[in-house]
Design a protein around this ligand. Structure first.
Ligand code: FMN
Length: 187
């Protein structure tokens, strides 16, 4: 089976069991000092492709070219590890889906022009004061710094813990010339 189809199918099964991890991933990058950085992101399906939405004022924006992505579907006991390249989601799509965000995250995206995401601020009180005085444009539209990235998996690894003999099933697929080459791994 095409591993991406399998991934989508597994996520769909997880969604049906209300698995809170079905729509999340751990998104790992390497920072400019060579240190690993990892954070939770919502893993979206956009135009039938995998995508994440981030803000370009975060330092991670400089690190997103070759992320490693981990999805653990707790309800199924299946782990996926993906190595990816990325492509920009076209701006009109980002702007449209940005409109679906709740009010506070929308305003926060504008706040990042004052204080970049993940920058230090004097105190939480200061953060809330400044946030309250923010005057974003009306009507609220997506700022230039709201970005979307399609994930293009080049390696997919699936670890399935549900095996009758107790020995886990672990496989890796590497995308060659348009097709996936499967290897069984020692779990
Ligand atoms: C459940 C959950 C979902 C999240 N989804 C996103 C997301 O889709 N995009 C995003 O930029 N940050 C998201 N975050 C916040 C990130 O984990 C992270 O704290 C933030 O992006 C700052 O990351 P940075 O230190 O790499 O700049 C989410 C956090 C949680 C706990």
């Amino acid at each position: 089976m095409n591993p991406l189809e399998q991934f989508n199918e597994d996520r769909q099964r997880a969604r049906e069991t209300q698995d809170p991890y079905a729509n999340l991933c751990a998104f790992a990058t390497v920072d400019d000092a060579g240190a690993p950085q990892v954070r939770t992101l919502v893993l979206r399906d956009v135009e039938q492709r995998l995508a994440v939405f981030v803000n370009a004022t975060s330092p991670k924006w400089q690190e997103v070219a070759n992320p490693a992505v981990l999805v653990f579907l707790a309800s199924l006991n299946i782990q996926y590890r993906l190595r990816c390249t990325t492509e920009a989601v076209p701006d009109p799509i980002v702007r449209d889906s940005w409109q679906l965000r709740p009010e506070t995250p929308k305003r926060m995206d504008w706040f990042y022009f004052r204080h970049g995401q993940s920058s230090a601020i004097a105190s939480r009180e200061r953060l809330l004061e400044e946030f309250a005085t923010l005057a974003p444009p009306e009507p609220l539209v997506a700022p230039e710094s709201a970005k979307g990235l399609f994930l293009v998996p080049i390696v997919i690894e699936r670890l399935d813990l549900n095996q009758p003999e107790g020995v886990h099933d672990r496989r890796r697929w590497v995308r060659g010339d348009g097709e996936w080459v499967e290897t069984v791994l020692v779990p």
